[in-house]
Design a protein around this ligand. Sequence first.
Ligand SMILES: [Zn+2]
Length: 384
Amino acid sequence: MTLTDEQKDEIINFTSELVKLPGESGDESKTAERVIRKMKSLSYDEVSVDEYGNVLGILKGDQPGRTIVFDGHMDVVPIREPELWEHTPFGGEIAQGKIWGRGTADMKGALAAMICAPAYLKRSEFAGTILVSASVAEEILIGAAFSKILDRNDVDAVVIGEPTGLKLGIAEKGRAGIEIISHGTVAHSSRPDLGDNAVYRMMEAVEKIRTLPRRTDPVLGEEVIELVEISSLPSPGNGSIPGECKSFWECRLLQGETKESFLGRWKKGLSGIEKVELKIAQINLESYTGVNMSMEDFLPGWITDNNQRFTALVKKSIGECDRDLALYAAPYGCNALVSAGVRNIPTVILGPGDISLAHKPNEFIKIEELLKCAEIYGTICRTF
Ligand SMILES: [Zn+2]
């Protein structure tokens, strides 16, 4: 698929427009409104919004066929270091062959490309159904909102447009948030003999988990189990022996991990330490539609089967668009964890931009890469 100059301008300007709209997780309403208007102006067959605020656009080909979904999340992370930005963070400025601003790479560029490119095809140029999902809250609850789209639509393949620099994402580390809670007995700090210090117990537990043998995989590398936070009660602790301590661990999981297998290793590691509990973290957020979204923070990693038809088709589409093929294992978690990791739906991660620029000052996307990505998306639709 090749784009006309008019189409190129439309994708560039739409990306810039989306960057100018607010869209932190739970505050995507303005972005959603703009996406709905764009889909309608591009003559989508159906455009709807679900209870979480995900926007879903549907394009139907002349002939029956399979169903593919392109997903891009609308939310962005907040600006934490405004003084380090050389371009206005929400300016969507176009300069030096790039579009600048929060969310250009992660991932409003891909979102603009996946909304526009399939709609440029004639209905006679593709079979089946193309779904374009502009989902919410991915930055806080990975996969929770996108799961709603997958629950309601029978989908044969998924393209997630997270930034891969147009490399083909065929594997991804999963994620989990694990809490260890240690219990003790509160006492006056002058009489530690009357209490039972929960922090000392936690220190032992921390050491055990730090030295837990790590799993490795030739594609995904080593799993990550990292302590990110410790707190104790009462707080402030002046005068008291702490009676409770919590530590929070962020983990990046390999393929094939289950809650039972993962927590089983932790329990084994902690055996011999009394009064400690393990919990998988629960994440909650209110959507812009006022609905409470929640998820258990445990999503295993995945690796695509080498013989998968869909991956072969995407590889061919990349070649047809004169782009060299490079494969990629995503070190970050994204909505592909629920389509590929949990539901086993053929999925690729493929998008413009560099993940190392995401969530940081001076995020940008190269216009050339953005347009090439749109061509690849269109080509996938035509050959799917
Ligand atoms: Zn993202």
